[in-house]
Structure formats: C-alpha cells, structure tokens
Design a protein around this ligand. Structure first.
Ligand code: HEC
Length: 152
C-alpha cells in the first residue's frame, strides 16, 4: 500500500515536471505546437549531434571543463546551461554566423555558421524547440532579456 502510494506520488511528480508550453515566442513571432515539432526535427538534424538530443550538451557530466584536447565542448541548451541568459536577437545571430570558436579554435570545439543552410525562420524554429527545455521561470526571464535587448 505504501509502495502504491509512492508510485502514485512519483507519477504526479513526473507529470508536474513536464512544462511543455502550448506556444513559444521567438523574436516576437509565436510558434504553435506543430511548429515547435518542426523545430525539434531541425534541431535533431542540425544541432543534436553536438548539443545533445535534449540539450544536455557535448559533455553533460562536465559541461564547463576542457577535455584532453584543451577545448570546451558544445554547451548545454537545457536549463543547466546559459543559453536562456541571452536574448533572441543574439541567439539568432549566433546560429546564423557561428560562434567564438570560429576565431578561437584552440579553446573551443567548433560552432558552425548555419546562415547558408538555414533561413532565419528555420533558425527561430530550432530556438523555439530549445526554449521547451527551460522552466516557465527561465522562459519569462529570457523574454525580459529579449525585451531589454530590443530597446538598446
Ligand atoms: C559541430 C558541433 C555543433 C553543432 C552541429 C551546433 N553547435 Fe552550437 N555550439 C557548438 C559549440 C562547440 C559551441 C560553443 C563554442 C562557441 O560558442 O563558439 C556552441 C555554441 C552555441 C550557442 C551559444 C552558446 C549558448 O548556449 O548560448 C548557441 C545559441 C548554439 N550553439 C546553438 C546551436 C544551434 C541552434 C544549432 C543547430 C542549428 C547548433 N548550435 C549546432 C557546437 C555545435
């Protein structure tokens, strides 16, 4: 009986943890669940090999440590990472133009520029999917950063 109670409780916790939002906003555009699914497919195709299928990063157990080559890997995009500290304009430009690694390859694994392969709409779709990794609070905070970015 106690065990059953525990299983029900765990089940409820699991449901409580799923924070998949109904819509996601990127750069002022609202994406619905179907579009977020397209974003998931693009993410799986273009981003997951480095950043992990669920945004866990290239080295999930030690995301901020250099490996034997002396380089830092692709950071997590989930709530453990810092992607949500950046506003949408910066994020779109980052994916379009590539990362610091392009000028500092000794310290970083490469973050390619996707501007040739993905248009801005597709980049925003991948970001919409990334936003589903975050908590409600992280999404709200990131919207505030995005708003402040726009008024610069
Ligand atoms: C070949 C590996 C690789 C692929 C593929 C890749 N990335 Fe990255 N990404 C990295 C690395 C390594 C960094 C950190 C170095 C840097 O910033 O240049 C990074 C950094 C980033 C950052 C900035 C850091 C942050 O979390 O704010 C963003 C945003 C990002 N990637 C998004 C994407 C998206 C979206 C895709 C798919 C369209 C993608 N990346 C595909 C390797 C990759």
């Amino acid at each position: 009986m106690v065990r059953l109670g525990l299983m029900v409780l765990l089940g409820l916790l699991f449901v409580g943890c799923s924070n998949q939002p109904a819509t996601v906003i990127v750069n002022g555009t609202t994406f619905d669940t179907e579009q977020v699914t397209q974003g998931q497919q693009l993410y799986a195709q273009y981003c997951a090999s480095c950043h992990g299928a669920n945004g866990e990063g290239q080295f999930p157990t030690a995301p901020n440590e250099r490996d034997a080559t002396g380089r830092l890997g692709a950071p997590p995009h989930n709530g453990n990472g810092h992607t949500w500290h950046h506003g949408d304009t910066l994020l779109v430009e980052y994916v379009r133009n590539g990362g610091v690694s392009l000028t500092d390859p000794a310290n970083w694994y490469p973050m390619p520029a996707f501007g040739e392969q993905l248009n801005d709409e597709q980049i925003m779709l991948t970001l919409a999917y990334i936003k589903t990794f975050w908590s409600d609070e992280q999404r709200t905070r990131q919207m505030q950063v995005t708003a402040a970015e726009g008024s610069r």
